[in-house]
Design a protein. Structure first.
Length: 503
């Protein structure tokens, strides 16, 4: 097969700046609102029963519509989908910041999720079609991966600063300048390669089944956290999700222009990446939640101090992504970066199981966070690149959407599963240690820390499983070189293909 290459866009590095800026906005928004939630709840009079919907409304819209958003970006063009997503996200953020009641806030969060589901896959697929040369792709995905991994920590810091010194509304308003700058820059410098769109008609049955199935799955885990895993509502949602997603797979195998071509999923390497990233998200989301509560509630850290406590993790995550992952991905097979990276992160988490009522931040929490950041950065970078490496350009949007979907669903599972484990361990500890001589307040804190530690041990095991899957299933060679063509074309032409792996 002759090499067919597309001329490199001279403005691709400028485009990366605005793509990365948009990605930072989407990722930090996932955590920045968590810090501000108590203040927003008090200000708007949101009940305890409804406060979870500030998070859930976003998660349901975002997780449920990601595949649809990825397909729309392939159909419309990634640049148009990217700019539309940015403008819509900014408008929804303005609505949320100006909210005068709970209904307005929840509606804004749902709209943020809708436009985020359009924006996130468009951003990643733009990288896939703009950076096709091995070394450049490594650098570009290194930067993108570092931002994707560190954005959550940045959100914690900004959320703390805004909540403590300004107002919770600024956790929404801060998105507007990000979106405006990224949109203006994208319009000016982003140019998609010719012929990279997928003009096939939209698969309406696939859209309906995938959206309803993913919404049922994400909401099922949300209800599991609130009502329990054996509650009728929880089991009903999981059953509905299983039926809908099975029907989706059957439909996708039969229609001419599927929403999610099965060739994207049946590639061994991409499937391995999706599963390992989803498992890593379970561990990461759970840890952020527990550590935030531990530092603020048990140790008495302020919101700002809590955010700053995560800063070293962000630094090592960027180091792992740009200095280790990006430098080695063209020389070393992805599994030998992903597997050891996830294991290093698991070792960092293992240190965090040692927390107690007076644990030293410098000797336990700090090294744990630094190891976790370094490992995650090293693993995420080649994983995100491999998820779209070798996919045909016409499928880049849905392949990118699957990365976001695996992380979003993983995050929903992690929050529900690990929170349930922590709550159960906390209750058991409190009951078993309760006696007339015990100080109720002290025992409450001891029980909470025991619950957090137990859940973090589960996260360690989940990260170990993620590492095992990466090593066993991901068998691609290094990602060096720029070879046109695609191994999953099923007889299609290669003129619009993104480079395949070098074996």
């Amino acid at each position: 097969m002759p090499d067919i290459t597309t001329p490199l866009d001279p403005k691709r590095w400028k485009a990366l700046i605005f793509i990365a800026l948009a990605q930072l906005m989407v990722v930090l928004d996932a955590t920045i609102v968590n810090i501000a939630l108590p203040s927003a709840q008090a200000d708007l009079g949101i009940s305890d029963g409804n406060r979870q919907w500030v998070i859930t409304a976003y998660a349901l819209a975002f997780g449920g519509l990601l595949l649809f958003g990825g397909r729309v970006s392939d159909l419309w063009g990634r640049k148009r989908a990217f700019v539309t997503g940015l403008i819509g996200f900014a408008a929804a953020s303005a609505l949320g910041g100006a909210a005068v009641n709970s209904a307005m806030l929840l509606g804004a969060r749902a709209l943020q999720g809708v436009f985020g589901a359009l924006l996130a896959p468009a951003a990643l697929s733009l990288l896939a079609v703009l950076f096709t040369e091995g070394k450049e792709r490594a650098k570009a995905f290194g930067i993108f991966g570092a931002i994707a991994g560190a954005g959550g920590g940045v959100g914690l810091i900004l959320g703390g600063v805004f909540t403590e010194y300004l107002n919770w509304r600024w956790t929404f308003f801060v998105n507007i300048p990000f979106a405006v700058v990224a949109a203006i820059g994208a319009i000016a410098v982003i140019h998609e390669p010719a012929g990279s769109r997928n003009p096939s008609k939209l698969d309406i049955p696939g859209v309906i089944l995938a959206t309803l199935g993913l919404v049922s799955l994400v909401y099922g885990f949300t209800r599991a956290e609130a009502d329990g895993w054996t509650a009728g509502t929880t089991l009903g949602l999981f059953a509905a999700a299983a039926v809908l997603l099975l029907a989706f797979v059957i439909v996708e195998g039969r229609v001419k222009a599927p929403l999610l071509p099965l060739r994207v999923l049946t590639d061994r390497n991409r499937a391995g990446v999706y599963v390992s990233l989803g498992l890593a998200a379970i561990a990461m989301f759970g840890l952020f939640l527990f550590l935030t509560y531990y530092l603020q509630v048990v140790r008495g850290f302020s919101p700002v101090k809590t955010g700053l406590a995560f800063l070293p993790m962000i630094a090592t995550m960027i180091t792992g992504s740009t200095q280790i992952g990006a430098r080695l991905m063209n020389r070393v097979p992805a599994r030998w970066l992903m597997g050891p990276g996830f294991l290093l992160a698991a070792i960092g988490m293992m240190l965090l199981t040692r927390i107690n009522l007076d644990t030293s931040y410098a000797t336990v929490v700090l090294p744990g966070l630094m190891l976790m950041g370094l490992g995650m950065g090293t693993a995420f970078m080649p994983a995100m690149s491999l998820s779209t490496y070798g996919v045909q350009a016409r499928d880049a949007g849905v392949a990118s959407a699957m990365v976001n979907t695996s992380q979003q669903v993983g995050g929903a599972i992690g929050t529900a599963l690990l929170n349930t484990i922590a709550a159960s361990a906390t209750t058991d500890y409190f009951k078993s240690h309760m006696n007339p001589a015990a100080d109720p307040k002290l025992l409450t804190f001891q029980s909470m820390v025991h619950g957090y530690s137990t859940a973090v041990w589960w996260a360690v095991g989940i990260l170990g499983l993620s590492a095992l899957i990466a090593v066993v299933f991901v068998n691609a060679g290094h990602q060096g070189g720029a070879v046109a063509g695609s191994g999953d074309g099923e007889g299609e032409g290669v003129e619009n293909a993104v480079p395949v792996m070098a074996h």
